[in-house]
Write a new protein. Structure first.
Length: 293
């Protein structure tokens, strides 16, 4: 049998060097992550479930399904979903204007978008109430037209739109900045109209970011308290939000009712967010972007 002999000048392959990582190995990193997550999230949530289940199913059901509480569910989740949907539309338009156009005061507008992040929620609620009250700057003009904003569900919706808008803009804006305009130009060169180029080229690439912004805006709105209680009026069966019901139960030392309402909000919010994340993952796979994340 002939055997090949390596030339004397050819060196043997060097042994593979072990890749050095900044963080420690997988096991300690995962262990610390699970410990930190359990300490801050899982243990408190488990405590809420255990507290609500400690008084029996009948007490839980009675507290979580009373007519007043059900009305607060409809307002909180309905206004949060509608507000997040409105923010997706106008947040996208605002992000598009900031990325694609140059205009006077652009940096000021870009800075104002983050104002709901830094502004205390109580201050936002007081400002919106003063603006839309019947004797406010805008309320005094809307009142003669039969449009009542303050102390109505419409006021709750406006407050939730106000606090949720930055989440959509800041989620979509970096994706738009990375989106190459040559794709739109290529579509136009192939005969596509503006709407066709937007619908078939731009929108599929922005859909995951829009869904993420929607989820973040909804998650913030559904649990919002400070900016809503001032403009809502807090009238039972009309403008009473679910977080206020929890606070009311706690002030009455009704811990069973408070934890029962909290569990229902937690479960519904988790299911909605899970569905949105599933839709986002499906959109990524459909557009072939799952490997580029």
């Amino acid at each position: 049998m002939n055997t090949a002999v390596l030339p004397a000048t050819q060196a043997a392959p060097a042994p593979a060097r072990k890749r050095r990582r900044v963080l420690p190995g997988f096991a300690p990193t995962l262990g610390f992550t699970l410990f930190y997550l359990s300490l801050l999230v899982l243990i408190p949530l488990c405590a809420v479930f255990l507290k609500s289940a400690g008084h029996g199913a009948e007490a839980f059901w009675a507290a979580a399904t009373s007519p007043r509480v059900l009305a607060s569910y409809r307002l909180s989740f309905g206004a949060a979903l509608l507000g997040a949907f409105i923010n997706v539309i106008f947040g996208f338009i605002l992000a598009w204007s900031l990325v694609r156009y140059d205009f006077f005061g652009k940096k000021l507008v870009d800075a104002l978008i983050d104002l709901p992040f830094a502004l205390p929620t109580a201050v936002a609620g007081i400002a919106l109430t003063a603006l839309y009250a019947p004797n406010g700057w805008m309320g005094q003009w809307l009142e003669p037209l039969g449009v009542k904003v303050a102390f109505t569900p419409l006021g709750v919706l406006i407050a939730l739109i106000f606090i949720g808008l930055p989440f959509v803009v800041r989620t979509v804006q970096p994706v738009l900045e990375d989106l190459d305009t040559e794709l739109e130009e290529a579509a136009a060169s192939l005969g596509a109209h503006r709407w066709q180029a937007f619908r078939l080229v731009v929108l599929p690439m922005l859909t995951p970011a829009l869904l993420t912004g929607f989820a973040l805006a909804f998650a913030r709105a559904v649990g919002e308290y400070g900016s809503v209680i001032f403009i809502a009026g807090n009238m039972p069966f009309v403008s009473e939000i679910t977080p206020l019901m929890i606070i009311t139960k706690l002030e009455q030392y009704d811990y069973v009712g408070a934890t029962a309402i909290a569990v229902v909000m937690l479960v519904f919010s988790f299911l909605l967010l899970l569905g949105i994340n599933g839709l986002q993952a499906w959109s990524l796979r459909r557009n072939g972007l799952d490997g580029k994340r």
